[in-house]
Design a protein around this ligand. Structure first.
Ligand code: PHE
Length: 459
Protein backbone atom coordinates (compact mmCIF):
# COMPACT_ATOMS: atom_id res chain seq x y z
CA UNK A 1 0.00 0.00 0.00
CA UNK A 2 3.01 2.27 -0.22
CA UNK A 3 1.76 3.92 -3.39
CA UNK A 4 -1.34 5.19 -1.65
CA UNK A 5 -1.73 8.95 -1.45
CA UNK A 6 -1.86 10.51 2.05
CA UNK A 7 -2.90 13.75 3.68
CA UNK A 8 0.17 15.88 4.08
CA UNK A 9 -0.39 17.89 7.24
CA UNK A 10 -2.26 17.67 10.53
CA UNK A 11 -4.28 20.72 9.68
CA UNK A 12 -5.06 19.18 6.29
CA UNK A 13 -6.48 16.11 8.00
CA UNK A 14 -8.66 18.23 10.25
CA UNK A 15 -9.92 20.60 7.57
CA UNK A 16 -10.59 17.90 4.98
CA UNK A 17 -12.42 15.68 7.43
CA UNK A 18 -14.31 18.58 8.96
CA UNK A 19 -15.19 19.59 5.39
CA UNK A 20 -16.74 16.17 4.87
CA UNK A 21 -18.80 16.63 8.00
CA UNK A 22 -19.81 20.26 7.60
CA UNK A 23 -22.51 20.65 5.00
CA UNK A 24 -26.18 21.23 4.40
CA UNK A 25 -26.76 19.12 7.50
CA UNK A 26 -25.24 21.88 9.64
CA UNK A 27 -26.54 24.97 7.93
CA UNK A 28 -29.94 23.72 6.90
CA UNK A 29 -31.03 20.61 8.74
CA UNK A 30 -29.72 21.60 12.15
CA UNK A 31 -31.56 24.96 12.38
CA UNK A 32 -34.72 23.33 11.04
CA UNK A 33 -34.51 20.58 13.65
CA UNK A 34 -33.71 23.07 16.38
CA UNK A 35 -36.70 25.19 15.40
CA UNK A 36 -39.02 22.21 15.27
CA UNK A 37 -37.79 20.70 18.51
CA UNK A 38 -37.84 23.64 20.85
CA UNK A 39 -34.49 25.45 20.68
CA UNK A 40 -31.82 25.33 23.37
CA UNK A 41 -32.97 22.15 25.11
CA UNK A 42 -32.64 20.31 21.81
CA UNK A 43 -29.14 21.70 21.34
CA UNK A 44 -28.03 20.43 24.75
CA UNK A 45 -29.27 16.95 23.98
CA UNK A 46 -27.64 17.12 20.56
CA UNK A 47 -24.28 17.98 22.09
CA UNK A 48 -24.59 15.06 24.51
CA UNK A 49 -25.10 12.72 21.57
CA UNK A 50 -22.14 14.13 19.69
CA UNK A 51 -19.97 13.37 22.72
CA UNK A 52 -21.54 10.10 23.78
CA UNK A 53 -22.23 8.39 20.48
CA UNK A 54 -21.03 10.47 17.53
CA UNK A 55 -17.36 10.89 18.41
CA UNK A 56 -16.89 7.25 19.51
CA UNK A 57 -18.48 5.98 16.27
CA UNK A 58 -16.28 8.38 14.33
CA UNK A 59 -13.33 6.82 16.14
CA UNK A 60 -14.51 3.34 15.19
CA UNK A 61 -14.38 4.40 11.54
CA UNK A 62 -10.98 6.02 12.02
CA UNK A 63 -9.56 2.92 13.69
CA UNK A 64 -10.77 0.65 10.94
CA UNK A 65 -9.60 2.93 8.13
CA UNK A 66 -6.19 3.74 9.51
CA UNK A 67 -5.45 0.22 10.66
CA UNK A 68 -6.14 -1.31 7.24
CA UNK A 69 -5.18 1.60 4.97
CA UNK A 70 -7.96 0.58 2.65
CA UNK A 71 -11.53 1.26 1.56
CA UNK A 72 -14.29 0.02 3.91
CA UNK A 73 -15.08 -3.11 1.92
CA UNK A 74 -11.46 -4.24 1.76
CA UNK A 75 -11.05 -3.27 5.41
CA UNK A 76 -13.77 -5.65 6.56
CA UNK A 77 -12.51 -8.33 4.20
CA UNK A 78 -9.01 -8.01 5.57
CA UNK A 79 -10.00 -8.24 9.24
CA UNK A 80 -12.88 -10.69 8.93
CA UNK A 81 -12.28 -12.70 5.76
CA UNK A 82 -15.12 -14.79 4.34
CA UNK A 83 -17.72 -13.37 6.71
CA UNK A 84 -20.80 -11.25 5.98
CA UNK A 85 -19.06 -8.21 7.52
CA UNK A 86 -18.03 -7.18 4.03
CA UNK A 87 -21.67 -6.27 3.45
CA UNK A 88 -21.37 -3.44 5.95
CA UNK A 89 -18.71 -1.97 3.67
CA UNK A 90 -20.84 -2.59 0.61
CA UNK A 91 -23.86 -0.93 2.17
CA UNK A 92 -21.65 2.05 2.98
CA UNK A 93 -20.29 2.44 -0.53
CA UNK A 94 -23.79 2.06 -1.99
CA UNK A 95 -25.12 4.66 0.47
CA UNK A 96 -22.31 6.97 -0.61
CA UNK A 97 -23.46 6.77 -4.21
CA UNK A 98 -27.11 7.39 -3.32
CA UNK A 99 -26.45 10.22 -0.91
CA UNK A 100 -24.16 11.88 -3.45
CA UNK A 101 -26.96 11.76 -5.99
CA UNK A 102 -29.76 13.33 -4.00
CA UNK A 103 -27.59 15.70 -2.00
CA UNK A 104 -26.21 17.20 -5.20
CA UNK A 105 -29.74 18.22 -6.21
CA UNK A 106 -30.14 20.51 -3.21
CA UNK A 107 -26.49 21.53 -3.48
CA UNK A 108 -27.31 22.60 -7.04
CA UNK A 109 -30.18 24.77 -5.81
CA UNK A 110 -27.68 26.69 -3.70
CA UNK A 111 -25.90 27.74 -6.92
CA UNK A 112 -29.16 29.11 -8.36
CA UNK A 113 -29.82 30.96 -5.12
CA UNK A 114 -26.30 32.38 -5.11
CA UNK A 115 -26.94 33.58 -8.62
CA UNK A 116 -30.30 35.11 -7.63
CA UNK A 117 -28.61 36.82 -4.70
CA UNK A 118 -25.76 38.15 -6.83
CA UNK A 119 -28.16 39.53 -9.44
CA UNK A 120 -30.19 41.08 -6.62
CA UNK A 121 -33.29 39.17 -7.67
CA UNK A 122 -34.65 39.04 -4.10
CA UNK A 123 -35.01 42.79 -3.98
CA UNK A 124 -38.56 44.06 -3.59
CA UNK A 125 -40.24 40.65 -3.54
CA UNK A 126 -43.23 39.72 -1.41
CA UNK A 127 -43.34 36.49 0.61
CA UNK A 128 -45.59 35.02 -2.06
CA UNK A 129 -43.02 35.93 -4.73
CA UNK A 130 -40.32 33.97 -2.90
CA UNK A 131 -42.61 30.98 -2.70
CA UNK A 132 -43.44 31.22 -6.40
CA UNK A 133 -39.79 31.55 -7.40
CA UNK A 134 -38.90 28.46 -5.38
CA UNK A 135 -41.80 26.35 -6.62
CA UNK A 136 -41.28 27.17 -10.24
CA UNK A 137 -37.51 26.72 -10.03
CA UNK A 138 -37.47 23.29 -8.37
CA UNK A 139 -40.15 21.93 -10.68
CA UNK A 140 -38.35 23.07 -13.82
CA UNK A 141 -36.97 20.18 -15.84
CA UNK A 142 -33.68 21.62 -17.12
CA UNK A 143 -32.11 24.30 -14.96
CA UNK A 144 -31.82 22.32 -11.70
CA UNK A 145 -30.24 19.50 -13.69
CA UNK A 146 -27.63 21.84 -15.12
CA UNK A 147 -26.77 22.91 -11.58
CA UNK A 148 -26.53 19.41 -10.18
CA UNK A 149 -24.22 18.49 -13.05
CA UNK A 150 -22.09 21.51 -12.13
CA UNK A 151 -21.85 20.32 -8.53
CA UNK A 152 -20.96 16.78 -9.55
CA UNK A 153 -18.37 17.94 -12.07
CA UNK A 154 -16.78 20.29 -9.56
CA UNK A 155 -16.62 17.38 -7.13
CA UNK A 156 -15.13 15.14 -9.82
CA UNK A 157 -12.40 17.63 -10.67
CA UNK A 158 -11.29 17.84 -7.05
CA UNK A 159 -11.33 14.06 -6.65
CA UNK A 160 -9.26 13.31 -9.77
CA UNK A 161 -6.43 15.43 -8.41
CA UNK A 162 -6.06 12.99 -5.53
CA UNK A 163 -5.97 13.27 -1.77
CA UNK A 164 -3.15 15.70 -1.19
CA UNK A 165 -3.44 17.88 -4.26
CA UNK A 166 -7.21 17.58 -4.57
CA UNK A 167 -9.15 17.10 -1.35
CA UNK A 168 -6.58 18.50 1.06
CA UNK A 169 -5.71 21.55 -0.98
CA UNK A 170 -9.34 22.37 -1.72
CA UNK A 171 -10.29 22.04 1.95
CA UNK A 172 -7.32 24.15 3.07
CA UNK A 173 -8.67 27.03 1.02
CA UNK A 174 -12.40 26.50 1.34
CA UNK A 175 -12.80 25.64 5.02
CA UNK A 176 -11.11 28.79 6.38
CA UNK A 177 -13.15 30.80 3.88
CA UNK A 178 -16.31 29.08 5.08
CA UNK A 179 -15.48 29.85 8.70
CA UNK A 180 -14.80 33.50 7.93
CA UNK A 181 -18.06 33.86 5.97
CA UNK A 182 -19.92 32.19 8.79
CA UNK A 183 -18.47 34.51 11.43
CA UNK A 184 -19.18 37.63 9.38
CA UNK A 185 -22.80 36.56 8.96
CA UNK A 186 -23.11 35.80 12.68
CA UNK A 187 -21.87 39.26 13.59
CA UNK A 188 -24.31 40.92 11.17
CA UNK A 189 -27.20 38.85 12.41
CA UNK A 190 -26.69 39.13 16.16
CA UNK A 191 -26.36 42.90 15.99
CA UNK A 192 -29.85 43.32 14.50
CA UNK A 193 -32.45 44.81 16.79
CA UNK A 194 -34.56 42.12 18.40
CA UNK A 195 -31.76 39.62 17.90
CA UNK A 196 -31.70 39.03 21.66
CA UNK A 197 -34.94 37.11 21.47
CA UNK A 198 -33.49 34.82 18.83
CA UNK A 199 -30.38 34.25 20.91
CA UNK A 200 -32.45 33.54 23.97
CA UNK A 201 -34.32 30.94 22.00
CA UNK A 202 -31.02 29.26 21.19
CA UNK A 203 -29.43 29.61 24.60
CA UNK A 204 -32.15 29.34 27.23
CA UNK A 205 -33.37 25.78 27.49
CA UNK A 206 -37.00 24.97 28.06
CA UNK A 207 -36.94 21.34 29.06
CA UNK A 208 -40.70 21.09 29.04
CA UNK A 209 -40.45 20.92 25.28
CA UNK A 210 -38.42 17.72 25.31
CA UNK A 211 -40.17 14.57 24.21
CA UNK A 212 -38.89 11.12 23.22
CA UNK A 213 -39.01 12.26 19.68
CA UNK A 214 -36.75 15.22 20.38
CA UNK A 215 -34.16 12.91 21.85
CA UNK A 216 -34.28 10.49 18.95
CA UNK A 217 -34.18 13.30 16.38
CA UNK A 218 -31.13 14.78 18.07
CA UNK A 219 -29.39 11.44 17.83
CA UNK A 220 -30.24 11.01 14.14
CA UNK A 221 -29.11 14.54 13.37
CA UNK A 222 -25.79 14.10 15.17
CA UNK A 223 -25.17 11.07 13.02
CA UNK A 224 -26.01 12.74 9.75
CA UNK A 225 -24.07 15.84 10.61
CA UNK A 226 -20.87 13.96 11.43
CA UNK A 227 -21.24 11.87 8.21
CA UNK A 228 -21.18 8.64 10.14
CA UNK A 229 -22.18 5.17 9.10
CA UNK A 230 -21.18 4.91 5.46
CA UNK A 231 -17.45 4.64 5.76
CA UNK A 232 -16.67 8.13 4.50
CA UNK A 233 -14.58 8.77 7.58
CA UNK A 234 -13.12 5.28 7.40
CA UNK A 235 -12.00 6.07 3.85
CA UNK A 236 -10.52 9.42 4.89
CA UNK A 237 -8.73 7.76 7.81
CA UNK A 238 -7.13 5.32 5.40
CA UNK A 239 -5.23 8.37 4.12
CA UNK A 240 -4.07 9.48 7.60
CA UNK A 241 -0.49 8.70 8.53
CA UNK A 242 0.65 6.77 11.57
CA UNK A 243 1.29 9.94 13.57
CA UNK A 244 -2.21 11.32 13.23
CA UNK A 245 -3.79 11.40 16.68
CA UNK A 246 -7.16 9.81 16.18
CA UNK A 247 -8.80 10.78 19.47
CA UNK A 248 -7.69 14.38 19.30
CA UNK A 249 -8.70 14.67 15.65
CA UNK A 250 -12.15 13.20 16.31
CA UNK A 251 -12.78 15.67 19.14
CA UNK A 252 -11.57 18.59 17.04
CA UNK A 253 -13.75 17.61 14.08
CA UNK A 254 -16.76 17.00 16.32
CA UNK A 255 -16.22 20.41 17.91
CA UNK A 256 -15.85 22.21 14.59
CA UNK A 257 -18.93 20.54 13.13
CA UNK A 258 -21.01 21.40 16.18
CA UNK A 259 -19.79 25.00 16.22
CA UNK A 260 -20.75 25.45 12.58
CA UNK A 261 -24.21 24.05 13.27
CA UNK A 262 -24.80 26.29 16.28
CA UNK A 263 -23.38 29.35 14.52
CA UNK A 264 -25.79 28.72 11.66
CA UNK A 265 -28.51 28.97 14.26
CA UNK A 266 -26.94 32.28 15.33
CA UNK A 267 -27.34 33.51 11.77
CA UNK A 268 -30.84 32.30 11.16
CA UNK A 269 -32.80 32.75 14.39
CA UNK A 270 -31.83 36.32 15.32
CA UNK A 271 -32.69 37.53 11.82
CA UNK A 272 -35.97 35.61 11.90
CA UNK A 273 -36.95 37.07 15.25
CA UNK A 274 -35.87 40.49 14.04
CA UNK A 275 -38.47 40.47 11.29
CA UNK A 276 -41.08 38.94 13.59
CA UNK A 277 -41.13 35.44 12.12
CA UNK A 278 -42.32 32.70 14.41
CA UNK A 279 -40.29 29.60 14.60
CA UNK A 280 -42.22 26.36 14.91
CA UNK A 281 -44.42 27.47 12.06
CA UNK A 282 -44.27 26.06 8.57
CA UNK A 283 -41.58 28.67 7.81
CA UNK A 284 -39.03 26.50 9.51
CA UNK A 285 -39.54 23.38 7.38
CA UNK A 286 -37.42 22.26 4.48
CA UNK A 287 -38.18 25.43 2.57
CA UNK A 288 -36.36 27.46 5.25
CA UNK A 289 -33.33 28.15 3.09
CA UNK A 290 -35.09 28.93 -0.11
CA UNK A 291 -38.37 30.60 0.83
CA UNK A 292 -38.21 31.89 4.40
CA UNK A 293 -34.65 33.14 4.44
CA UNK A 294 -34.68 35.24 1.24
CA UNK A 295 -37.67 36.97 2.74
CA UNK A 296 -36.05 37.36 6.15
CA UNK A 297 -32.77 38.67 4.73
CA UNK A 298 -34.55 41.11 2.52
CA UNK A 299 -36.59 42.54 5.37
CA UNK A 300 -33.88 42.34 8.01
CA UNK A 301 -31.51 44.68 6.27
CA UNK A 302 -33.93 46.96 4.46
CA UNK A 303 -32.35 50.02 6.06
CA UNK A 304 -28.82 49.12 4.98
CA UNK A 305 -29.23 48.13 1.32
CA UNK A 306 -25.58 47.18 0.84
CA UNK A 307 -25.81 44.68 3.69
CA UNK A 308 -29.19 43.51 2.46
CA UNK A 309 -27.48 42.71 -0.82
CA UNK A 310 -24.25 41.20 0.53
CA UNK A 311 -25.71 39.09 3.33
CA UNK A 312 -27.64 36.65 1.10
CA UNK A 313 -24.79 36.56 -1.44
CA UNK A 314 -22.34 35.44 1.24
CA UNK A 315 -24.86 33.11 2.81
CA UNK A 316 -25.66 31.19 -0.37
CA UNK A 317 -22.01 31.02 -1.42
CA UNK A 318 -21.31 29.57 2.00
CA UNK A 319 -23.85 26.87 1.28
CA UNK A 320 -22.26 26.06 -2.08
CA UNK A 321 -18.83 25.67 -0.48
CA UNK A 322 -20.13 23.61 2.43
CA UNK A 323 -22.02 21.32 0.06
CA UNK A 324 -19.05 20.66 -2.18
CA UNK A 325 -16.69 19.78 0.66
CA UNK A 326 -19.30 17.16 1.63
CA UNK A 327 -20.03 15.78 -1.86
CA UNK A 328 -16.28 15.29 -2.22
CA UNK A 329 -16.32 12.85 0.68
CA UNK A 330 -19.26 10.94 -0.77
CA UNK A 331 -17.66 10.57 -4.18
CA UNK A 332 -14.33 9.69 -2.59
CA UNK A 333 -15.71 6.59 -0.84
CA UNK A 334 -17.00 5.12 -4.09
CA UNK A 335 -13.98 6.15 -6.16
CA UNK A 336 -11.48 4.72 -3.66
CA UNK A 337 -13.41 1.48 -3.63
CA UNK A 338 -13.69 1.14 -7.42
CA UNK A 339 -10.15 2.16 -8.17
CA UNK A 340 -8.68 -0.20 -5.56
CA UNK A 341 -10.99 -3.09 -6.15
CA UNK A 342 -10.94 -3.07 -9.93
CA UNK A 343 -7.47 -1.57 -10.31
CA UNK A 344 -8.57 1.34 -12.45
CA UNK A 345 -7.16 4.83 -12.45
CA UNK A 346 -8.86 7.31 -10.08
CA UNK A 347 -9.79 9.56 -12.97
CA UNK A 348 -11.60 6.74 -14.76
CA UNK A 349 -13.30 5.52 -11.61
CA UNK A 350 -14.39 9.04 -10.80
CA UNK A 351 -15.76 9.68 -14.26
CA UNK A 352 -17.73 6.47 -14.11
CA UNK A 353 -19.20 7.15 -10.65
CA UNK A 354 -19.95 10.77 -11.54
CA UNK A 355 -21.85 9.59 -14.59
CA UNK A 356 -23.94 7.07 -12.62
CA UNK A 357 -24.58 9.69 -10.00
CA UNK A 358 -25.77 12.22 -12.59
CA UNK A 359 -28.28 9.66 -13.86
CA UNK A 360 -29.71 8.97 -10.38
CA UNK A 361 -29.62 12.67 -9.51
CA UNK A 362 -31.63 13.56 -12.62
CA UNK A 363 -34.46 11.35 -11.39
CA UNK A 364 -34.22 12.92 -7.93
CA UNK A 365 -34.37 16.37 -9.44
CA UNK A 366 -37.32 15.55 -11.67
CA UNK A 367 -39.17 14.22 -8.63
CA UNK A 368 -39.84 17.87 -7.73
CA UNK A 369 -41.46 18.43 -11.13
CA UNK A 370 -42.64 16.05 -13.82
CA UNK A 371 -42.11 13.00 -11.61
CA UNK A 372 -43.81 14.59 -8.61
CA UNK A 373 -46.65 12.14 -8.73
CA UNK A 374 -44.47 9.10 -9.17
CA UNK A 375 -44.28 7.78 -5.63
CA UNK A 376 -43.04 4.64 -3.94
CA UNK A 377 -44.39 3.95 -0.42
CA UNK A 378 -46.01 7.36 -0.69
CA UNK A 379 -42.67 9.11 -1.21
CA UNK A 380 -41.15 10.77 -4.26
CA UNK A 381 -37.83 9.38 -5.48
CA UNK A 382 -35.95 12.13 -3.67
CA UNK A 383 -37.82 11.58 -0.42
CA UNK A 384 -37.43 7.83 -0.67
CA UNK A 385 -33.66 7.99 -1.11
CA UNK A 386 -33.24 10.58 1.62
CA UNK A 387 -35.37 8.59 4.06
CA UNK A 388 -33.82 5.28 3.23
CA UNK A 389 -30.23 6.43 3.40
CA UNK A 390 -30.16 8.95 6.22
CA UNK A 391 -32.73 7.31 8.44
CA UNK A 392 -31.88 3.69 7.86
CA UNK A 393 -28.66 2.88 6.02
CA UNK A 394 -26.45 5.32 7.92
CA UNK A 395 -27.59 4.28 11.41
CA UNK A 396 -27.37 0.59 10.45
CA UNK A 397 -23.89 1.12 9.06
CA UNK A 398 -22.81 3.10 12.13
CA UNK A 399 -24.11 0.42 14.44
CA UNK A 400 -22.10 -2.28 12.68
CA UNK A 401 -18.96 -0.14 12.55
CA UNK A 402 -19.17 0.28 16.31
CA UNK A 403 -19.99 -3.39 16.97
CA UNK A 404 -17.13 -4.48 14.72
CA UNK A 405 -14.53 -2.31 16.38
CA UNK A 406 -15.98 -2.85 19.87
CA UNK A 407 -16.39 -6.63 19.75
CA UNK A 408 -14.88 -8.23 16.69
CA UNK A 409 -11.57 -6.45 16.19
CA UNK A 410 -8.78 -7.52 18.54
CA UNK A 411 -8.72 -5.17 21.49
CA UNK A 412 -4.99 -4.66 21.36
CA UNK A 413 -5.24 -3.52 17.74
CA UNK A 414 -7.91 -1.00 18.67
CA UNK A 415 -5.87 0.24 21.62
CA UNK A 416 -2.77 0.43 19.42
CA UNK A 417 -4.60 2.63 16.92
CA UNK A 418 -6.14 4.88 19.55
CA UNK A 419 -2.81 5.40 21.32
CA UNK A 420 -0.55 5.39 18.23
CA UNK A 421 1.07 2.17 19.43
CA UNK A 422 1.39 3.23 23.03
CA UNK A 423 2.80 6.67 22.35
CA UNK A 424 -0.29 8.54 23.50
CA UNK A 425 -2.24 8.61 26.72
CA UNK A 426 -4.71 5.79 27.42
CA UNK A 427 -7.05 8.21 29.16
CA UNK A 428 -10.16 7.81 27.06
CA UNK A 429 -9.49 4.42 25.58
CA UNK A 430 -11.52 2.22 27.89
CA UNK A 431 -14.43 4.67 27.87
CA UNK A 432 -14.41 4.68 24.08
CA UNK A 433 -14.37 0.89 23.88
CA UNK A 434 -17.16 0.66 26.44
CA UNK A 435 -19.29 3.07 24.41
CA UNK A 436 -18.61 1.17 21.20
CA UNK A 437 -19.59 -2.09 22.83
CA UNK A 438 -22.74 -1.07 24.63
CA UNK A 439 -23.96 2.49 24.45
CA UNK A 440 -23.61 3.25 20.75
CA UNK A 441 -25.26 0.06 19.44
CA UNK A 442 -28.20 0.39 21.82
CA UNK A 443 -28.67 4.08 21.09
CA UNK A 444 -28.55 3.43 17.36
CA UNK A 445 -31.05 0.60 17.53
CA UNK A 446 -33.40 3.09 19.12
CA UNK A 447 -32.95 5.50 16.20
CA UNK A 448 -33.60 2.73 13.72
CA UNK A 449 -36.77 1.55 15.45
CA UNK A 450 -37.99 5.08 15.57
CA UNK A 451 -37.29 5.60 11.89
CA UNK A 452 -39.00 2.38 10.91
CA UNK A 453 -42.03 3.58 12.74
CA UNK A 454 -41.96 6.84 10.80
CA UNK A 455 -41.52 5.00 7.55
CA UNK A 456 -44.46 2.69 8.24
CA UNK A 457 -46.58 5.71 9.13
CA UNK A 458 -45.62 7.42 5.89
CA UNK A 459 -46.48 4.43 3.81
N1 PHE B 1 -22.45 15.53 7.14
C1 PHE B 1 -22.93 16.06 5.90
C2 PHE B 1 -23.70 17.33 6.20
O1 PHE B 1 -23.80 17.73 7.32
C3 PHE B 1 -23.82 15.11 5.18
C4 PHE B 1 -23.21 13.80 4.92
C5 PHE B 1 -23.80 12.67 5.40
C6 PHE B 1 -22.04 13.72 4.20
C7 PHE B 1 -23.23 11.44 5.17
C8 PHE B 1 -21.44 12.49 3.96
C9 PHE B 1 -22.04 11.38 4.44
O2 PHE B 1 -24.20 17.93 5.32
Amino acid sequence: MTDRDKFKSKIGVILATAGAAVGLGNIWRFPVETGQNGGAAYIIIYICFILLVGIPVMLAEFVLGRHTYSNPIAAFRQLAPRTPWVWVGRLGVFSGLLILSYYSVVAGWTIEYSYLAITNAFDGGTPQDYKDVYNSFVSEPILPIIYLVMILLATHFVIVRGIRKGIEKFSMVMMPMLLVMLLVLVVCSVTLSGAGEGLEYLLKPDFSKITNKTVINAMGQSFFSLSLGLGALCTYASYFDENTRLVKSAFTIGLLDTCVAILSGFIIFPSMFHVGHHVNSSDIGPSLLFVTLPNVFHEAFDEIPLLGYLFPVVFYLLLVVASITSTISMLEIVVTYISEEYKVRRSRASLFVTFISVVIAVFCSLSFGVLKNFTIFGMTIFELLDNMVSNLFLPIGGMFFSIFVGWKMKKQLVVAELTNHGNLSMRFVSVIIFILRYIAPIAIILIIFNQLDIISLLS
